[in-house]
Ligand binder design. Structure first.
Ligand code: CA
Length: 236
């Protein structure tokens, strides 16, 4: 299998060197960019990376506007992005996640933590991709991750659902692996990008609202008592 390719946009050369070295020694192919322009040039001219690790504080074009450009371009919108920035910039974190970053690392972060986060994001995105490329003929509920539309089929009519961003992310994640139980921790981590356990009630509230919006298919999201939620498998 070809190695997964990680691009690192980081202006500080010593950090960039460590990132690249760590990635290469943990089975990835990696490439560093010292600024946004060289990154954007490569994006247009070369095979797309499997994931981008992006510093927010960069000369000229900062990481946040690079993220915006990636997310608003249909050809690149699916590329997973993990943002990195200095400690104490909590505002940046929220902004990055709202702009569609898949995860966030606060400097200084450990190299093994970075590798673990990259692998987790890649796993999650792979599950989503599989879901896009293998739609079932008789699928009654569907999501399109590029247009971020979700729908149900009722009486042979496709009815689009009006979901919030989090409801959409939750549905897409559950749908990506029918039958697999996601704990509240998994969902918090994947959709809310936090592991603060005080927030688990938030999940229950979103699931309830999602079930209502799914109408007759609401019961397809099953509660697994004491653990979390799963999407029903049709062949059960
Ligand atoms: Ca920087």
């Amino acid at each position: 299998m070809a190695k997964q390719v990680i691009w690192c946009v980081e202006d500080e050369q010593n950090i960039r060197d460590i990132l690249e070295y760590t990635l290469q020694s943990t089975g990835f192919e990696s490439r560093g960019f010292k600024d946004g322009q060289s990154f954007l040039d490569a994006l247009q001219q070369e095979a797309l990376p499997d994931l981008v690790l992006m510093d927010i504080m960069l000369p000229n074009t900062d990481g946040m506007s690079l993220l915006k450009q990636i997310r608003s371009h249909t050809q690149y919108a699916h590329i997973p992005v993990i943002m990195t920035t200095a400690k104490g910039m909590e505002y940046d974190k929220i902004k990055a996640l709202e702009q569609g970053a898949d995860d966030y690392l606060v400097k200084p972060f450990g190299m093994m933590e970075m590798v673990a986060r990259i692998k987790a994001v890649l796993r999650r995105c792979q599950a989503r991709q599989n879901n896009i490329h293998t739609p079932h003929e008789n699928e009654k509920i569907g999501v399109d991750l590029q247009s971020r539309q979700a729908w149900i089929i009722e009486e042979d009519q496709k009815e689009f659902l009006d979901l919030t961003k989090k409801e959409f992310d939750l549905l897409a994640l559950l749908l990506s692996q029918p039958g697999v139980v996601f704990s509240r921790d998994d969902l918090l981590d994947a959709v809310w990008h936090t592991d603060f356990l005080g927030e688990t009630r938030t999940i229950d509230v979103h699931i309830r609202s999602l079930r209502t919006k799914l109408k007759t298919y609401g019961n397809q999201i099953e509660t697994v008592r004491g653990v979390g939620y799963r999407f029903a498998r049709n062949d059960d």
